[in-house]
Design a protein around this ligand. Structure first.
Ligand code: HEC
Ligand code: HEC
Length: 213
């Protein structure tokens, strides 16, 4: 299945507005990116304190960046720089960076390898059910269609990788989408899903997604 078919079937099975689909598809048809990973490596030196020298952060509330898709990373960097996504810990970090600096940083982290995560055994069953099938009664979409069955996301469309990411960070993002503190998702695609989830469902699916291979 190509990206268009995947998204169309997602929308048919779930309640995502057609405006959201159009926005996601326009992102999916953008040309390939051309960041320079070597140039990005030098720019990434000050980021290592939190995100690790190779983009594998140790602290579970600081996201791993290694192996995340280049398009997703670039969008986040632009959103963080503009303030569309507010990250107090990163205040000032990107102010002096040009667009091509951000492209190079995205290329550098995309070229690294993300370390693995481990799901909590007692959360696997519930997490797997939500991740693969969603929750019909409350209208929660399955995560699989956009974040992929293995959790590696969709690089071309800019849908982020979840497998290997810290469960603590994944859970925090879902709670931020739910409260709309994070609102830089196109057409509210993640806010729409997160607002239907209970805290327990968020915890279970975050643990499960982190442990995917
Ligand atoms: C003082 C710690 C700190 C430093 C230094 C820092 N970051 Fe971050 N960064 C964070 C935190 C914390 C978050 C996530 C906050 C949240 O939304 O919960 C984040 C999020 C991100 C994200 C979004 C990740 C995702 O999965 O959406 C990117 C990309 C990023 N940082 C890149 C960088 C780059 C590039 C630098 C260096 C120029 C940098 N950061 C420096 C703490 C830091
Ligand atoms: C229709 C597509 C779609 C579906 C279905 C979907 N997501 Fe997402 N998700 C996205 C997009 C697009 C983003 C990036 C938003 C942005 O640009 O900031 C995202 C971002 C995220 C993030 C933030 C990642 C990071 O690194 O900061 C998490 C966590 C997440 N989704 C979890 C889930 C979970 C769990 C499910 C299932 C319950 C799910 N998503 C279902 C499209 C989707």
């Amino acid at each position: 299945m190509n990206i268009v078919q995947v998204l169309s079937s997602t929308v048919k099975r779930n309640r995502i507005a057609s405006a959201a689909l159009a926005a996601l598809l326009s992102a999916a048809s953008l040309p390939a990116l051309a960041g320079d990973a070597d140039a990005g490596k030098d720019l990434a030196v000050p980021c290592a304190a939190c995100h690790g020298p190779d983009g594998n952060s140790v602290a579970p509330n600081w996201p791993k960046l290694a192996g995340m898709g280049e398009r997703y990373l670039l969008k986040q960097l632009k959103d963080i720089k503009s303030g569309a996504r507010s990250i107090p810990e990163m205040t000032g970090q990107l102010d002096a960076m040009s667009d091509s600096d951000l492209e190079n940083l995205a290329a550098f982290y995309a070229a690294q390898t993300m370390s693995g995560g481990v799901a909590k055994a007692e959360l696997v069953a519930e997490g797997e059910t939500i991740y693969r099938g969603g929750v019909k009664e409350s209208g929660i979409s399955a995560c699989t269609a956009c974040h992929s069955p293995t959790g590696k996301g969709n690089v071309l469309a800019g849908f982020p990788r979840l497998s290997g990411q810290h469960a603590t960070y994944i859970e925090a993002q879902l709670l931020k989408f739910q409260s709309t503190e994070r609102n830089n998702d196109a057409e509210g695609v993640m806010r729409e899903i997160a607002k239907r989830m209970t805290a327990a469902e968020i915890k279970a699916v975050s643990s499960y997604a982190s442990g995917l291979r």
